[in-house]
Design a protein around this ligand. Structure first.
Ligand SMILES: *Cc1c(COP(=O)(O)O)cnc(C)c1O
Length: 390
């Protein structure tokens, strides 16, 4: 099927709205001129609204992993002790980056499919009387499993311990609530190709005043990711090196769309997507990897039924119906498939994907009636109350 007709239901990259694509086709401007200064100021202010912060915020021309590396090199010195909270692939990645840059990493892992335990973090930090732990790394939404961590509770569990909290919110921010200022989050990184509805290539990092002070003492090597330099240039409405200007045009339009819809509505819409997908999957008789209370609003992991591998289901969804869903990563490969439902996704895109899935399960002799799962999802849309009576 033509890629322009596919249902792109990945947890990134996500579909890009046509108006954002058009905005990105504008001619280049001088990145040291007035127009760019205005553009940078406008988009920075817009992103801060999604972050719910008044902290400083820098934009990097990079994948999300770039901003993760920026967080590491600006706040962690070689030899620093770091507590890395990992509940999956992206938590592991944050820990790995810290290790590569010389940190002494202590990992606290949860089983894949579960959330981090704030009590466990509290115990570790309370035992650290000498305050040797300088930084705590945590993932907001673990994309590999579809689990959302309780960042507010984790910050609270840190108590008066002075360690900085660095949050990877690449796939969660703009889909689920993350109150950077109210929850007192020191550093939050995010990326363009998830809830921000842009192509890959931009990532963001907010920094609290306390984090900025800590960065001044940081001994790690950096040039591209240098926060102090980026903030100095931002004062003049510039970036230290050539920015990804086309993506900035797209970002301006994407933020217009997001702010027009309103953050609260966006968060509610994503929660509704989560409910739709989970309701449909459960009604089909399939199992979900993640329990309801910690389930992500961005992505849902579905366990492939016995005898029918996840990758075979994915292949059929793509070849027969043009539905693109993600596979399981690393040890979850072929055990799960992941339905992304964030950004520029419509409710009926999800219903279409569920319809296709039902047909494929039926054809593969999975015990299911046509309409068994999708009917329950359709009912969620019905306003007329009588229609819901059996
Ligand atoms: C997508 C994602 C990233 C960054 O991925 P890139 O491929 O580097 O853009 C980081 N963390 C999480 C939780 C993600 O979902």
């Amino acid at each position: 099927m033509n890629v322009e007709q596919q249902y792109l239901l990945l947890p990134g990259p996500t579909p890009v709205p046509p108006s954002v694509l058009r905005a990105m086709s504008k001619p280049m401007i001088n990145h040291r001129g007035t127009e760019f200064r205005q553009l940078l100021e406008e988009v920075t202010a817009g992103i801060k609204k999604i972050y719910q912060t008044d902290n400083d915020l820098v934009i990097f021309p990079a994948a999300g992993s770039g901003a993760m590396e920026a967080a590491v090199v600006n706040f962690i010195s070689p030899g620093d002790k770091v507590l890395a909270v990992s509940i999956g692939v992206f938590g592991d990645r944050f820990a790995k980056i810290a290790g590569e840059f010389g940190a002494q990493v202590e990992k606290v892992n949860s089983p894949w499919g579960e959330a981090a335990d704030p009590d466990q973090i509290q115990d570790i930090l309370r035992a650290d009387n000498g305050h040797d732990i300088k930084v705590v790394l945590v993932t907001h939404n673990e994309t590999s499993t579809g689990v959302v961590n309780d960042i507010k509770a984790i910050k609270k569990a840190m108590g008066n311990h002075p360690a900085l909290l660095l949050v990877d919110a690449v796939s969660g921010l703009g889909a689920m609530d993350l109150k950077t200022d109210e929850w007192n989050l020191d550093v939050v990184v995010s990326g363009s190709q998830k809830a921000f509805m842009l192509p890959p290539g931009l990532s963001f990092m907010s920094v609290s005043p306390r984090a900025i002070e800590a960065a001044k003492e940081c001994k790690n090597h950096k040039f591209y990711w240098d926060l102090e330099n980026a903030l100095k240039y931002a004062q003049r409405g510039q970036t230290p090196y050539t920015p990804a200007i086309s993506l900035f045009f797209g970002l301006q339009e994407a933020l217009n769309l997001m702010l027009e819809e309103g953050l609260e509505n966006i968060i509610a819409r994503h929660a509704a997507y989560r409910e739709m997908v989970r309701t449909g999957i459960k009604a089909m008789g399939l199992n979900l990897l993640v329990q309801d209370p910690v389930a992500s609003s961005s992505v849902t992991s579905v366990l492939a039924p016995g005898g029918l591998g996840a990758n075979k289901i994915r292949r059929s969804l793509l070849e027969r119906f043009g539905v693109v869903v993600a596979g399981g990563q690393q040890r979850l490969d072929d055990f799960i498939f992941r339905i992304g439902h964030l950004g520029f996704v419509r409710p009926l895109d999800l219903l279409s994907a569920l319809t296709a899935l039902e047909i494929i399960l039926y054809e593969n002799d999975f015990p299911i009636e046509i309409g068994q799962g999708t009917r329950e999802v359709q009912k969620m849309f019905v306003i007329k109350e009588d229609a819901l009576n059996e």
